[in-house]
Design a protein around this ligand. Structure first.
Ligand code: 5GP
Ligand code: ZN
Length: 112
């Protein structure tokens, strides 16, 4: 499958990993929009939030267990933001489910 993040999972494209286990990979965004900008992805290919189903949704709750652990390890004690862009209008450029962790500064309230 021609999916950038599946290639990162497979190690075909290098990444700066911050967390990995059998189900989840987290790595630093190549073009950070905040001092800390990490992408958390399931290792299984799910195209986006719009492809979450009763059959695959357990990985989403697991990702949300992992996210606060990463945030703590990164020292984001003052808070942070979790974002998932969906589809073209949502600004999704990589069609493999991912959650951005953004932090390390006081983020703007700009949401759209
Ligand atoms: P999206 O725009 O789909 O919500 O987020 C995709 C993110 O992936 C972007 O923030 C972009 O900077 C990041 N990205 C794109 N290609 C690569 C890559 O090869 N390596 C890493 N680490 N991040 C990437
Ligand atoms: Zn993929």
């Amino acid at each position: 499958m021609d999916c950038l993040f599946c290639k990162i999972v497979a190690g075909e494209i290098p990444s700066t990993k911050v967390f990995e286990d059998d189900r989840v990979l987290a790595f630093r965004d190549i073009a950070p929009m905040a001092p800390t900008h990490i992408l958390v992805i399931p290792k299984q290919h799910i195209a986006g939030v719009d492809e979450i189903t009763p059959e695959n949704s357990a990985i989403v709750s697991y990702i949300f267990e992992v996210i606060p652990k990463i945030a703590k390890a990164e020292g984001l004690d003052g808070g942070y933001r979790v974002v998932s862009n969906i589809g073209e209008d949502g600004g999704q450029t990589v069609r493999h489910l991912h959650f951005h962790i953004l932090g390390g500064k006081k983020l703007s309230n700009e949401m759209a």
